[in-house]
Write a protein that binds this ligand. Structure first.
Ligand SMILES: CC(C)(COP(=O)(O)OP(=O)(O)OC[C@H]1O[C@@H](n2cnc3c(N)ncnc32)[C@H](O)[C@@H]1OP(=O)(O)O)[C@@H](O)C(=O)NCCC(=O)NCCSC(=O)CCCC(=O)O
Length: 321
């Protein structure tokens, strides 16, 4: 049941729970702009950028989220994304939009597969396969338990943590860096479970946990859209987990090479979800990172895996940050 260019970025208008947190007109920018692709032709879309990381290459999560929006537009309403597999083959250029070309690879009885190519300057920057399934209940159901961590209400936001760091005796360039971070409009809210570990001020296991949610209101009801937002969120701070055991090194060049994701349950991407990231392996200038997104009621919402290239340099001995 293929369809042509359906709208999946309509947020729910009903005034329910999270409407209390945000007035209804304060829609998530992820919905109104980043994931709101413009249709150019059948199965051809254009996406624009909102937040561009300091690396001046496009945020991988944005490209994956937009590719999933494009794929989802070509499947019927009763099909839900259950997995995607991507390679980042070129750095995304923030100066131009990205085109998304969808190939309707197969429409099966239960499963439907789409291939999406993200293109800039006539060349692919990402190749992505996404698979969708009809809801099919089964008696086979299990999941690992969610880690026990403090609730988001008891933890500071990234902005509050940066404000605290700014009170320390820092070099001018470190202060400038932090102020720049504060001014950046990342469309995700983040609350690290252990700020010192999140920012690599203590060395530790390659594992970190943080609460994350889309900034702004999205609303209940559009599961396709929540999966696209979660794909965006899932690339955030995941690869950095690989660096946690190495406080004596800082990143000189890092980029995600691939990203795979599996969606397990319904969830709200504008409500707090715990992102549990760990890295089981690093070597050969690469590192593997794995993430699990938990609903705060303990249900496993999604899992993902990513490999990245990481080239590092030693941190100077007298560094204050
Ligand atoms: C991965 C690459 C770079 C691979 O291309 P490549 O031509 O094979 O590149 P490369 O040779 O690895 O060069 C990359 C860089 O590594 C340097 N290099 C290469 N070999 C060495 C060496 N032996 N020693 C020291 N340095 C070396 C090269 O000079 C390159 O550096 P440069 O770009 O020149 O500064 C390319 O395919 C690519 O750019 N793909 C897109 C990756 C991407 O954009 N991913 C998404 C964005 S990353 C992300 O979103 C994570 C965000 C995490 C977060 O914010 O939390």
């Amino acid at each position: 049941a293929a369809t042509s260019g359906k709208s999946i970025t309509s947020a729910d208008d009903s005034s329910e729970s999270s409407g209390a947190r945000y007035p209804q007109d304060l829609r998530s920018v992820l919905v109104t702009s980043v994931l709101n692709l413009e249709q150019l032709d059948i199965d051809l879309y254009r996406g624009t950028h909102h937040w561009v990381p300091s690396t001046q290459r496009l945020f991988g999560g944005q490209i994956i989220g937009q590719a999933l929006v494009a794929a989802a537009k070509s499947v019927s309403d009763d099909l839900y994304a259950h997995s995607l597999h991507c390679y980042f083959v070129r750095a995304g250029d923030p100066k131009v939009p990205v085109l998304y070309q969808v190939d309707r690879t197969r429409d099966g009885r239960s499963f439907t597969v789409r291939s999406v190519k993200a293109i800039q300057h006539g060349q692919p920057i990402l190749i992505c396969q996404a698979s969708f399934q009809l809801l099919q209940p089964s008696p086979l159901q299990h999941q690992f338990p969610m880690p026990v961590v403090p609730q988001p209400e008891d933890l500071p936001t990234v902005e509050e943590i940066i404000q605290r760091y700014l009170r320390y005796d820092l070099t001018e360039s470190a202060k400038q860096g932090l102020n720049k971070l504060l001014a950046t409009e990342v469309p995700i809210e983040v609350k690290p479970v252990s700020p010192a570990q999140f920012y690599r001020h203590v060395s530790g296991q390659p594992r970190r946990l943080f609460w994350a949610r889309a900034r702004g209101h999205i609303g209940e009801g559009n599961m396709k859209l929540h999966c696209c937002v979660a794909a965006y969120v899932s690339d955030f701070a995941l690869l950095g987990t690989v660096l946690l055991p190495y406080p004596k090194y800082k990143a000189r060049f890092t980029a995600s090479l691939d990203h795979a994701m599996w969606f397990h349950s319904t969830f709200r991407s504008d409500e707090w979800m715990l992102y549990e990231c760990d890295s089981p392996w690093a070597g050969s200038s690469r590192g593997l990172a794995q993430g699990r997104l938990w609903r705060r009621d303990g249900v496993l919402a999604a899992s993902c895996s990513q490999e990245g290239v990481l080239r590092v340099k030693p941190v100077p001995e007298n560094s204050k940050l």
